[in-house]
Write a protein that binds this ligand. Structure first.
Ligand code: SAM
Length: 243
């Protein structure tokens, strides 16, 4: 705005996101398993299945963090393919790179520090783009989605895996209880950091629901946008195609 309020809020969000991920980077994987009871592995497995990625494909994993999806894609695309793990946060990228290199991955993977809002890649380049539990941290989501559409090849797929809106009242209640009491407490006890995990719960609440995100993806220029709820709508996988 002309008054500077919006700029201040935007700046605050980006700074907050940076400090949260700097501080959670080293214990990110352990916390992921604990807080989701290991279920995030199933959500990610489904994402891989829905990606249609195969040998020789070029894949971009935005907000790739510690590289769970990147690892799976690296196996699928083989030596002729390429996977780019992009993340805005240096600490997360370092943890991801160390983990992948330790496990013998690397040949077909590139690590790039980049903001989802301005992706440093040419038009019509990737067969598949994923962003898992990343979009809610992005300040200008419409801009980011449009940039993803730009760098997809015609026929390429965008998959957005993200927390969403529980589909039943009971699940909604249970989830509220869990995320506003148990989550910050676990964050405090295990990671010594309740603040970051409170941010996590809040950012999930603020995130657009299934239908809103579907519309946002269509507006960004993607076609055949559809979504699949998982775990009672706690998480949804949205998928769209660039025509
Ligand atoms: N995709 C990984 C996974 O599913 O385990 C990591 C998800 S982690 C919850 C969110 C990641 O988004 C962090 O690594 C953070 O640094 C990254 N991130 C936040 N804002 C971003 C932005 N504007 N552009 C790119 N990455 C961003």
């Amino acid at each position: 705005t002309h008054f500077g309020y919006e700029e201040v809020a935007v700046e605050e969000k980006a700074t907050k996101v940076a400090s949260v991920f700097h501080s959670v980077a080293s214990h990110y994987d352990v916390m992921n398993d604990l807080m989701s009871f290991g279920i995030h592995r199933i959500w990610k497995k489904f994402t891989i299945e829905m990606s249609g990625v195969r040998k020789g494909h070029k894949v971009l994993d935005i907000a790739g963090g510690t590289g769970d999806l990147t690892m799976a894609f690296s196996r699928l695309v083989g030596d002729e393919g390429e996977v780019v793990l992009a993340d805005i946060n240096e600490s997360m990228l370092n943890v991801g790179r160390d983990k992948l290199l330790d496990r013998g991955f690397g040949g077909n993977i590139r690590f790039v520090q980049a903001n989802a809002e301005s992706l440093p890649f040419p038009d019509n380049h990737f067969d598949c783009i994923t962003i898992a539990f990343g979009l809610r941290n992005v300040t200008d989501k419409d801009k980011a989605l449009a940039d993803m559409a730009r760098i997809l090849k015609p026929g390429g797929r965008l998959l957005v895996l993200e927390f969403s809106k529980p589909t039943t009242a009971l699940m909604s209640k249970a989830y509220d209880l869990y995320s506003f009491s148990a989550l910050p407490l676990m964050g405090k006890l295990i990671a010594g950091d309740s603040e970051s995990y409170r941010y996590l719960a809040e950012s999930i609440r603020m995130h657009p629901d299934q239908e809103t995100l579907k519309q946002m993806m269509s507006d960004a220029g993607l076609d055949h946008v559809e979504y699949h709820n998982m775990t009672g709508g706690v998480v949804a996988l949205h998928r769209g195609v660039k025509l």
